[in-house]
Design a protein around this ligand. Structure first.
Ligand code: PRP
Ligand code: MN
Ligand code: MG
Length: 179
């Protein structure tokens, strides 16, 4: 199995903070007059999500719920298998859902989530992702609100992990293969 070490910073904390503020403004405008049910996809989205909602206008009427899915395990390659580990606590019937993700890579996780949530009769489903890696996409899916488009490199930090580690890093780094 390949081994990896922490490489250069791709997106530093200041760059991230500014983008999160921009996204929060966009979202505050969009949800100015409609309540939003924010859905965090555990675990990768939690750092981004917690910064994002605190930058949003406090007048936005929102609730938070979480679900947990996994597709990667300890590998850097998507297995294509998505598994629900923890479902939402609340009903989404007739609600305006905003799914928050750290990254859209192949798109398989979100495609799966959108499909199962659609069956539960929400009013609307929107997606907000901090990162987008379009080169890796295998399904036709795009976030409605997106932070950065990044090249096809495995990245960690600010919620993103490799084998469960490095989520706590304040900057987003690339991983470098150790030979
Ligand atoms: C990662 C990431 C996204 C998903 C994107 O989650 O946080 O949820 O993969 O990949 P995809 O577009 O190819 O489906 P992961 O399964 O690693 O779980 P985690 O969030 O707990 O790290
Ligand atoms: Mn994830
Ligand atoms: Mg992961």
């Amino acid at each position: 199995m390949d081994r990896y070490e922490l490489g250069d910073i791709l997106l530093g904390r200041d760059v991230i903070r500014n983008k999160v503020k921009e996204l929060a403004q966009e979202l505050s405008l969009y949800y100015k007059d409609k309540p939003v049910h924010v859905i965090g996809v555990l675990k990768g989205s939690v750092i981004f999500l917690s910064d994002l909602i605190r930058e949003m206008d406090a007048k936005v009427h929102m609730k938070l719920d979480f679900l947990s899915v996994s597709s990667y395990g300890a590998s850097t390659k998507s297995s294509g298998v998505v598994k629900i580990n923890k479902d939402l606590d609340e009903s989404v019937v007739n609600k305006n859902l905003l799914i928050v993700e750290d990254i859209v890579d192949t798109g398989l996780t979100l495609q799966y989530l959108v499909n199962i949530l659609k069956e539960r009769s929400p009013k609307e489903i929107k997606i907000c992702s901090l990162l987008d890696k379009p080169e890796r996409r295998v399904v036709d899916l795009k976030a409605d609100f997106c932070g950065f488009t990044i090249p096809d490199e495995f990245v960690v930090g600010y919620g993103l992990d490799y084998g469960g580690y490095w989520r706590n890093l304040p900057d987003i780094h690339v991983l470098r293969k150790v030979n």
